[in-house]
Design a protein. Structure first.
Length: 135
């Protein structure tokens, strides 16, 4: 995974996650949610001179290999912080889920900040969403 904390550039606060190659950042630990539950993912991306747009997705774990749906994509090289959001429904047989901010670029830089994963009631499920705390 080619990402690290950027100490001087963030959407809010001073930190964000900086991607330099195809990569992703995920929540830890994985979360257990009931089948049929709806969650809303969101986050902020900033990119420069990339060849692929950033995206948010949810990984579903079960007894089979992990499934990663296409997710929700942002715009390519948007010159400002861009907000991406999307809703996911937990499928039957899922034992855990994992939030992922993903980049597939072969060049350029992408930053990600202010991750959010909320359940249907609006309860925030992620910790250290703005990456201000040390991991």
């Amino acid at each position: 995974v080619k990402s690290h904390l950027e100490e001087t550039f963030g959407h809010t606060g001073k930190r964000s996650v900086k991607f330099t190659h195809p990569s992703y950042i995920q929540n830890d630990p994985n979360l257990t949610l009931p089948a049929g539950a709806k969650v809303i993912l969101s986050g902020w991306f900033y990119s420069e001179d990339t060849d692929q747009p950033p995206r948010l997705s949810l990984v579903y774990f079960s007894d089979a290999p992990p499934a990663i749906p296409p997710g929700y994509s942002g715009q390519l090289d948007f010159p400002f912080w861009q907000y991406i959001t999307g809703e996911f429904t937990i499928p039957e047989g899922t034992t855990a889920v994992q939030f992922r901010a993903i980049t597939s670029q072969n060049r350029g830089l992408t930053w990600f900040d202010d991750a959010s994963m909320k359940d249907e009631s609006g309860l925030e499920l992620l910790r250290n969403r703005s990456y201000e705390e040390n991991p």
